[in-house]
Design a protein around this ligand. Structure first.
Ligand code: NAD
Length: 487
């Protein structure tokens, strides 16, 4: 429970108003392990109120043209940008990530999400066929679906929430968003800017709280016909069950067990630092993080030596330290889970080359209770170990050798996930060939995490259902109708 210092108290944002809640949950600063904020523990009652507000706002918002909606999104982007520093500090404190990352990635991307969809909404056209079927003209129109339920995780809080809110409202829907109960602060801060941006009351409602309470109330609500969810595969399973009786439209962005495949003709000067970053950026808490590194045998020892050296330079520090590459993990429970995987690897006979249990972590006295761990490299591990199959979602990566192209594709594809892969080679033919055969929604070659927001984002197999991006998000957040006119 809380100490004597004043805690930050969040409130739900419903119908353009901040409303207190009957009960609250504690939210921890991951870099100290102390409670610093209280988040509404909302449930069905708050969801019902948000649905009433979203229902009332829908006809007016949907009736506005895309240009008018676009202007509100642009203004919101500008306001978020003006508050960038304040939002970055809040995101870093709430999530544990470095302030540098929040300042250079999370908040700028939230701004970009609104700017991007403010622009892309102006450029969709519908289809029309001139095929003369019995003297008929056929064409399509799209319309917003209604009230969108948006549920997001804790790893990239404002970045991922706005990646859903922006296309949903740009397309004319009203929304009820539920951020992760572990990281709610920046969503709450954004609510203060909505009215100023010209987003009418009831268009964006945010209800805070836990998945089982407010999340399930939202997913089960019969007046919420579509759910866009980013989070874990077990939660997605539950959401699918709850949505099934209502036949809801679902977009599911889930976990990954992402391979990096490094061929002997890779440029190691670029590959090593990028693979360190792809494994450990944001404490390895990115769905696109690399967690299995396959290295061709002829360069295996050289790569491993350079990779471990570079990992040891990846500094863990308090989030405000400008020289830190990595901050604290999200929670005590998550830190323990990640450490457990390293322990399992050790008992299975794998070697821990650096990080957890090998090197010493030094922290200032005020941060001893924070959820920090060192970036950890595991090797001599079998493909069927849980560390090579399950999503760890922390700063842990496994490095293993391979012989042939055919073999590595098979091994890379041998997990239930299929979100993102990276391929390192200087052979153009090979990168095309391998990219085509990988079971992965995204393949980066000779780079990582370079995003083109126009193109589809999402995973195959257990990594998700549907895609997000300019056209994909527009398709998801609208219903299409085919109209036939006999003339
Ligand atoms: P999570 O599934 O535990 O929670 C995600 C969100 O769902 C939270 O807001 C949570 O409160 C809510 N939730 C939990 N139980 C619910 C329920 N029964 N009904 C409705 N909502 C519920 O995931 P997490 O731990 O917050 O996030 C980590 C996971 O997210 C990882 O698996 C990661 O790979 C995935 N992720 C995927 C992407 C992507 O784009 N594919 C991006 C980021 C994170």
């Amino acid at each position: 429970m809380a100490g004597t210092r004043a805690l930050l108290m969040l409130e739900n944002f419903i119908d353009g108003k901040f409303l207190p809640c009957a009960s609250y949950i504690d939210s921890y600063d991951p870099s100290t392990g102390e409670v610093y904020c209280r988040v509404p523990d909302s449930g069905k009652e708050e969801v019902d109120a948000a649905v009433a507000a979203a229902r009332a706002a829908f006809p007016g918002w949907a009736a506005r043209g895309p240009q008018e909606r676009s202007r509100a999104l642009q203004r919101l982007a500008d306001l978020l940008e003006e508050a960038l520093e304040e939002l970055a500090r809040a995101e870093s404190r709430d999530q544990g990530k470095t302030i540098t990352l929040a300042r250079t990635m999370d908040i700028p991307r939230a701004v970009q999400n609104f700017r991007f969809f403010a622009s892309s909404i102006l450029h969709h056209t519908s289809e029309c066929t001139q095929m003369d079927h019995a003297g008929c003209l056929h064409y399509t129109v799209r319309a917003p679906v209604g009230i969108a339920g948006l549920i997001s995780p804790w790893n990239l809080p404002l970045y991922l929430l706005t990646w859903k809110i922006a296309p949903a409202i740009a397309a004319g829907n009203t929304v009820i968003a539920k951020p992760s109960e572990l990281t709610s602060v920046t969503a709450w801060m954004m609510c203060k800017l909505l009215g100023k941006a010209g987003v009418p009351p009831g268009v964006v409602n945010i209800v805070f709280g836990t998945g089982p309470r407010v999340g399930e109330a939202l997913v089960s609500h019969p007046e919420v016909p579509l759910i866009s969810f980013t989070g874990s595969q077990p939660t997605a399973e539950r959401i699918m069950q709850l949505s099934a009786p209502h036949c809801k439209k679902l977009s599911l962005e889930l976990g990954g067990k992402n391979p990096a495949i490094i061929f002997e003709d890779a440029n190691l000067e670029e590959c090593v630092p990028t693979t360190v970053r792809s494994s450990f950026a944001n404490q390895g808490e990115i769905c696109l993080s690399t967690s299995r590194i396959f290295v061709q045998k002829s360069i295996y020892s050289e790569f491993l030596k350079k990779f471990v050296e570079a990992t040891r330079m990846w500094k863990v520090g308090i989030p405000s330290d400008p020289s830190a590459s990595m901050g604290a993990l999200i929670s005590k429970a998550h830190l323990e889970k990640v450490r457990r995987y390293v322990k399992i690897a050790r008992t299975e006979g794998a070697r821990i080359l650096c990080g957890e249990g090998v090197d010493q972590l030094s922290l200032p006295p005020g941060n001893q209770g924070g959820y920090f761990m060192l970036p950890t490299v595991i090797t001599d591990i079998k493909d069927d170990s849980c560390c090579m199959k399950e999503e760890i979602f922390g700063p842990v990566t496994c490095v293993v050798p391979f012989d042939t192209e055919e073999e590595v594709i098979k091994r890379a594809n041998s997990v239930k996930y299929g979100l993102a892969a990276t391929v390192w080679s200087s052979s153009v033919g090979r990168v095309h060939r391998v990219a085509k055969k990988l079971q992965s929604g995204l393949v980066w070659t000779n780079c990582w995490l370079i995003r083109e927001l126009n193109l589809p984002f999402g995973g195959m197999k257990s990594s998700g259902l549907g895609r997000e991006g300019a056209k994909d998000s527009y398709d998801f957040f609208t219903e299409i109708k085919t109209i036939t006119i006999k003339h």
